[in-house]
Design a protein around this ligand. Structure first.
Ligand code: B12
Ligand code: SF4
Length: 446
């Protein structure tokens, strides 16, 4: 028996169009994890296809196909699923978007997996082998994370990524930011793998660097301190994510810095405290931002700061204020997006009730398009402001100012900034391309 696992991509991320040069991609973990969960005793051949780096073989004839979808890739995923189902090949859909909108996904699949796949995916495969696959499998609470199977990184097209050393230690988040899919998908829960297993997996990864994909790994400070104290012993560099809460605990900040962390992506979201309040990100305090970035730099960590435009309390000066902040705070890698209410989130329900959802074309839910009717500005003002901010903050003088001020910059930080600079230059063109997104691109007609 053969299973093909596919991760579809939106137009601008799709192979050959690409928003980043190949060299700046790290490999995702979803498909390699699902491959590792296939029961070994069933002797099943598994192939994976990450459409971000390779073409889907639409002539393939596996026995079963599994497709993972997030909102921005859902329509492409449905088109791929419809194609293979027309050819009589059964398709299973799973992932964040399937969990958020199971009834929608079910229209394009023979079976869906809602929630976590650790137990349901092997159960589904056994049922399939016995000709008894059910229409839906659901697991909304995480199973035990002890003895977690090691992702099948051997199945990846290794040369297509800057690194295949991606790993996770925790899942979920205890915060409830109104636009975020994490609590909407998994509830306000936080699950942790045993420290020794995570460290052993990180130690065994090839190379001297790895990426920790957890959306908010510091939610339990005692666990985080233990994890990163142990991580220090393996003497590797790593990059990951955090919330601004890291700044509330000087001991945690020090331990993380000493553990080999070279940079963290942090959701600052806005330099306007009123806007922060409106999205329920109550742990963010704008007055504290400059100091937070400075202390991160003091501990040798770069900062990828993410901001959202188009919040209800934003005014037209928000773009300049945000860029000014990035330059003043010496933010290593600024990133801008638009307020995107992912389905089934508090933001979606609120804006839908106010009749302000402009489109449910999920391909445009890539956080760079405006999908809602803004309050204080027009759609055009936000689109233009977004482009202006990206281009302004990635001018060479701005890059130089930020990286010189940061004191943590390396050749890698310069390469990332140059990658984002070319992304910024092409963003307008790519946004228009997405408006004409052909989710059927490359799919044979019959
Ligand atoms: C790594 C990552 C990326 C990588 C790779 C993408 C990917 N899908 O893996 C990159 C950098 C490319 C990326 C890009 C983006 N991302 Co991203 N990303 C993540 C991240 C941090 C980790 C994903 C991961 O590897 N998880 C570990 C695996 C094991 O878990 P999992 O995927 O949930 O899979 C489990 C279950 O869901 C289930 N399952 C999943 N799929 C399937 C399929 C089948 C068949 C079955 C049986 C089961 C199953 O089984 C697994 C085991 O339980 C998540 C946050 C998170 N922790 O989930 C955000 C996340 C998926 N990203 C998100 C977003 C918004 C984006 C971007 C739009 C952001 C941006 N600024 O560019 C882009 C979109 C790219 C695109 N359109 O193609 C959102 C998605 C929200 C939504 N509703 O769509 C998330 C949830 C973060 C968030 N805060 O909300 N991302
Ligand atoms: S802190 Fe981050 S991961 Fe947690 S709910 Fe907010 S945006 Fe989502």
């Amino acid at each position: 028996m053969k299973i093909l696992l596919i991760q579809p991509s939106g137009t601008v991320h799709r192979y050959r169009v690409g928003n980043f040069p190949k060299s700046l991609r790290y490999s995702p973990l979803t498909l390699t994890t699902l491959a590792a969960l296939v029961p070994p005793e069933l002797d099943i051949e598994v192939e994976i296809c990450d459409e971000g780096v390779q073409l889907v073989d639409f002539e393939a004839r596996p026995d079963l196909i599994g497709i993972t979808i997030i909102t921005g890739t859902a329509l492409r995923g449905y088109a791929i699923a419809d194609h293979f189902r027309r050819r009589g090949i059964p398709v299973v859909l799973g992932g964040v978007h399937t969990t958020l909108l199971p009834d929608e996904a079910a229209q394009h699949a023979d079976s869906i997996v809602v929630g976590f796949g650790e137990e349901t995916w092997p159960e589904l495969i056994r049922d399939f082998k016995n000709g008894q696959m059910k229409k839906r499998y659901t697991a909304l609470k995480s199973p035990s994370l002890v003895n977690y199977p090691i992702a099948r990184r051997d199945l990846l097209k290794k040369d297509s990524y800057i690194t295949t050393s991606t790993i996770w230690a925790t899942r979920g988040c205890l915060n409830d930011c109104d636009f975020c899919s994490i609590p909407a998908t998994w509830g306000k829960n936080f699950y942790m793998r045993p420290v020794e297993e995570v460290v052993a997996e990180a130690a065994a990864l090839p190379g001297k660097e790895f990426v920790l994909l957890d959306p908010s790994p510091m939610e339990d400070p005692a666990y985080a301190k233990e994890l990163f104290r142990e991580m220090k012993k393996i003497n590797k560099k790593w990059f990951g994510l955090s919330t601004t809460k890291i700044g509330e605990d000087p001991e945690l900040m020090k331990i993380v810095g000493e553990s080999g962390c070279k940079g963290l992506l942090i959701g600052f979201e806005s330099v306007n405290q009123m806007s922060i309040g409106s999205i329920q990100k109550n742990h963010n305090s704008v007055d504290f931002y400059i100091n937070l970035v400075k202390r991160m730099h003091d501990h040798g960590m770069g900062v990828q700061a993410c901001f959202v435009f188009g919040l209800d309390d934003d005014e037209p000066d928000i773009f300049k204020r945000t860029v000014d902040f990035c330059e003043k705070a010496y933010v290593d890698l600024p990133r801008f997006s638009t307020y995107t209410p992912f389905p089934n989130t508090g933001a979606y329900r609120k804006l839908d009730a106010q009749n302000r959802i402009l489109t449910t074309n999920w391909s445009l839910y890539d956080v760079e398009h405006i999908v809602i009717q803004p309050k204080g500005m027009t759609v055009e003002q936000i689109q233009n402001g977004l482009l202006w901010a990206w281009n302004h903050v990635y001018r060479v003088p701005s890059i130089a100012k930020r990286l010189l001020g940061s004191r943590t910059s390396t050749g890698f930080a310069i390469a990332l900034n140059m990658g984002y600079r070319s992304y910024a230059k092409r963003l307008g063109e790519m946004s228009n391309q997405m408006l004409q997104d052909d989710v059927n691109e490359g799919i044979p007609l019959a």
